[in-house]
Design a protein around this ligand. Sequence first.
Ligand SMILES: Nc1nc2c(ncn2[C@@H]2O[C@H](COP(=O)(O)OP(=O)(O)OP(=O)(O)O)[C@@H](O)[C@H]2O)c(=O)[nH]1
Ligand SMILES: [Mg+2]
Length: 290
Amino acid sequence: MRYAVLVTGPAGAGKSTFCNGLMTHLQTSKRTGHLVNLDPAANSDAFEYEPAIDIRDLVSLEDVMSELEYGPNGGLVYCFEYLLENMDWLDEELGGYDDDYLIFDCPGQIELYTHHPFLPTLVRHLQRMGLRVCATYLIESQFMEDKYKFFSGVLSAMSAMVNLEVPWVNIMSKMDLVTSNSDDPASGRNGIRARKDISRYLEPDPLLLVSAPGSREEKTERNSKFHSLNQAIVQLIEDHPLVSFLPLNLTEPDSIEIVLSHIDYTMQYGEDEEPKEPHDLDEGDFADME
Ligand SMILES: Nc1nc2c(ncn2[C@@H]2O[C@H](COP(=O)(O)OP(=O)(O)OP(=O)(O)O)[C@@H](O)[C@H]2O)c(=O)[nH]1
Ligand SMILES: [Mg+2]
């Protein structure tokens, strides 16, 4: 059985870094993984591990831009369309890997996840080839600093999830950057101050969008033209409680292990063996953040 983990998410969310971390972790756990680079604009220096399959061997953004005079975004779309027309290239590349764990590093163009047919087509193709596919969607912990930015991240994750019908793991990356110390003057009014707050973001609490009744903030919000929009979004997220995030701190092997065990579980990796329950988050996992 072959497995494919798609690593998706907006630009700079830490996808490539997570792929590297996952590869290292697989190696130290005596498992094999292969990196697949799907980013035609990737910078070669970004890879600690040489990709086993690399879209740039088929088409590179640089060539498309210089030869066809596309700009960077149109150029990317062209690259994916080119890949979709040349899927036999991918089949051939994938042919050499049986019984393997493939990690797909995807590009950060948000439109690829929300409305471009590229990823759904790719997923169907991989499934037809007999691969078990799951997707991860990363947003970075800095999103938690601003509740509006955070909810736009939640909505983009939801929209990517409904677009791709595969098992799904949402990840809050760069948790090493969260210093949630209530005495820390740097964590401002909207900062993430306490562990209680962090869990409201990891299991998004739509009420974060609504200010406390009677507060000055609430009164200004009620008058603002965004009030009904916020209410509608709160309702949407409450009606579709699909999104929750696993915290990822790459400086802690345990954290990577927990994320990997959830990914394995969604794909029933090694199901010929005993199925494994994913590790649960311990109370202790947040201890250093307080
Ligand atoms: N502190 C910290 N920084 C990180 C972490 N992961 C990534 N970064 C930094 O965030 C930046 C973007 O990381 P990438 O891994 O290139 O992000 P990406 O999602 O692959 O970006 P694109 O491919 O351009 O969309 C880099 O400067 C990384 O060093 C993390 O876990 N902690
Ligand atoms: Mg990247």
